[in-house]
Ligand binder design. Sequence first.
Ligand code: CTP
Length: 398
Amino acid sequence: MLRGKRILLGVTGSIAAYKSAFLVRELVKAGADVQVVLTDAARTFVTPLTLGTLSKRPVLDNFVKEPLHAGVWNNHVELGLWADLMIVAPASANTLAKMAHGEADNLLLTTYLSAKCPVYFAPAMDLDMHAHGANQDNISILEKRGNIHIPSGSGELASGLDGQGRMAEPHEIREFIEADLQSKAPLSGKKVLITAGPTQEPIDPVRYVGNRSTGKMGYAIAEAASQLGARVTLISGPTSLSVSDGIDLINVQTAQEMYEATLPRFDSADIAILSAAVADYRPKKAADQKIKKLSGSLEIQLEPTPDILNSLGKAKENQILVGFALETQDGLANAQGKLERKNCDLIVMNTLQDEKAGFGFDTNKVTFVSHNNSVDSELKSKREIAHDLLDYIREHFL
Ligand code: CTP
């Protein structure tokens, strides 16, 4: 959930500030881009060098960039808009009070006031300060405003006393945020089954019938669906691509293997997107040994492979079924025919006429063809097309 997310980490003056170094590592390891903003008080507990090295970004702690006479400021408005989410951890009683009442006397607070993204805060203070009515009121104000409270734990505190006020551990903060993002993600709870890449149909132990598909489109859909919170199973023919953690990747080689991997998983899927370039035919019998060169021509008899999309169309109950179509002529009519024939909800159509679209390219240009409309996309990155496809599915079918 945190991969590629831009995170502002506000660190305030608390002994728990030393833990923010571990929190930066947790977030960076999860794939996030972290910008640390320190208050003056935080700097007495943890150094900018530590946090800047771990986050791989210079730490910001002042309205004005050094050297002061150069007159360049740290633009808190831009920072606030840059972020996908903001975390204030540790959040001292002082900073919580200022956040609750809109005070703006340091860079962290002005950034907080400028941020439009979700804001999480993890209080850290001594037990009596934590329990004080003024502090509890401030926490309630922030919660009512939609900021998300990561509760502190109980245990031994820096004062030597025992009670509530210990900042949640860095891994707990990361897990809390991941679970929160997951529960709010648009495809949360949905199971998405995707086929991708080519298939290879053996002629003999070293040769096969294949095609030029690289799998980029299907992998981009898998990544996009996972980012939107879906549980993704990707059934892939041979490619050189890899997937993020959390995507269940099943590698297959032939159309038959892809069929056998896909069909039993369709029943429990909510959405099936079949982007694989499955070979329509395979050699009737693969030779056991490498075929030797002959003086004359060689004939290889082909037989049809199982049509996975067609089989899913027959088995379909409430699932949303999406097929791909590569058309070279009469694209729209053929795609509409395929939509009906294979009992799909949507066909994503490519044509070979579009430059830089289709097999091997990082870009694609497609038409979404459903029963009552068709929408042409611009030439876009496959990542953007993947998000457009999932947006279309959410808008029209969920
Ligand atoms: N497909 C499949 N199993 C196959 C062949 C294709 O699941 N054996 C799926 C592809 O993943 C794609 C869609 O069917 O989603 C389109 O395949 P295509 O070969 O273009 O469709 P056909 O109906 O075979 O039509 P034609 O080849 O005549 O265009």
